[in-house]
Design a protein around this ligand. Structure first.
Ligand code: SAM
Length: 236
């Protein structure tokens, strides 16, 4: 068995993700594609077998259990495809729209989706706040986002994309609770409630992680999202 497959098996077993062992061949293909592509252009700083298995794939899969069956999901700022690609491998029942402002990273996601036979991935090279002002506003059951922005900024980028009752699943590190504590005004202005699930990711050393799960309670006021410069300059 290859080194990647051994690391992947360990990462799934150590993190309570055994349900996804059946997809190990697809994860191995994904790791190979990422390593090949990274020789041509910089997609990710994590390129070793163990890092891809643990810090990209296992880390992404933790969000899978939060997605309702058949959910229509947007992954905002998916970069080189995380969590989009592991989620799409593990959850063939969902539809996932991979959103990123960097077209060259999304070209890799599209290529990987074709090679891995994942037709339920759609790529959308654009800024989230631009998409949120167009026809896809209010259309998603769930939005995921990992390593994109601090929570008050992320809320304004992502919540307008959700339907009422939809959920933002923000994959955060050990400071998730702090970010949530700083997001009270943003949650109120955007009509949302939030809970946090803190857990340990073994990668293999234990690392604090959290999922901030935000529920949209009503229609987003038309003024949001503002232009990116304003969002950054004066977060809600
Ligand atoms: N989610 C991936 C991961 O965890 O590996 C990529 C994280 S990378 C640090 C952040 C990504 O968010 C970048 O690819 C960037 O282009 C994208 N991004 C940041 N702000 C964005 C916005 N407003 N709309 C769309 N993409 C955005």
């Amino acid at each position: 068995m290859s080194a990647f497959r051994i690391y992947m098996q360990q990462a799934l077993a150590e993190n309570g993700l055994e349900d996804y062992l059946a997809h190990i061949e697809a994860f191995a293909i994904l790791a190979g594609l990422l390593q090949e592509q990274n020789k041509k252009m910089n997609i990710t700083a994590i390129t070793d077998d163990e890092g891809i298995a643990r810090k990209h794939i296992a880390d992404s899969l933790v969000a899978a259990a939060e997605l309702a069956p058949g959910a229509n999901v947007a992954d905002v700022g998916c970069g080189g495809g995380f969590p989009t690609l592991p989620l799409a491998i593990a959850r063939k029942d969902i539809a996932i729209t991979a959103i990123d402002s960097t077209a060259k990273k999304l070209a890799f996601v599209a290529e990987a989706a074709t090679r891995l036979k994942l037709p339920h991935i759609t790529v959308l090279p654009a800024r989230a706040e631009t998409i949120a002002r167009g026809p896809l506003r209010g259309s998603f059951d769930a939005v995921t986002a990992r390593a994109v922005a601090a929570l008050p900024v992320l809320l304004e980028l992502c919540v307008p994309l959700l339907r009422t009752g939809g959920k933002l699943i923000a994959l955060k590190g050990k400071n998730g609770a702090e970010e949530l504590a700083a997001s009270g005004a943003a949650l109120e202005k955007l009509g949302c409630t939030a809970v946090i699930k803190e857990y340990t990711l073994f990668s293999p050393e234990p690392q604090g992680r959290s999922l901030v799960i935000v529920t949209k309670k009503g229609t987003t006021p038309a003024e949001y999202p503002r232009d990116y410069a304003k969002i950054i300059k004066k977060p809600l």
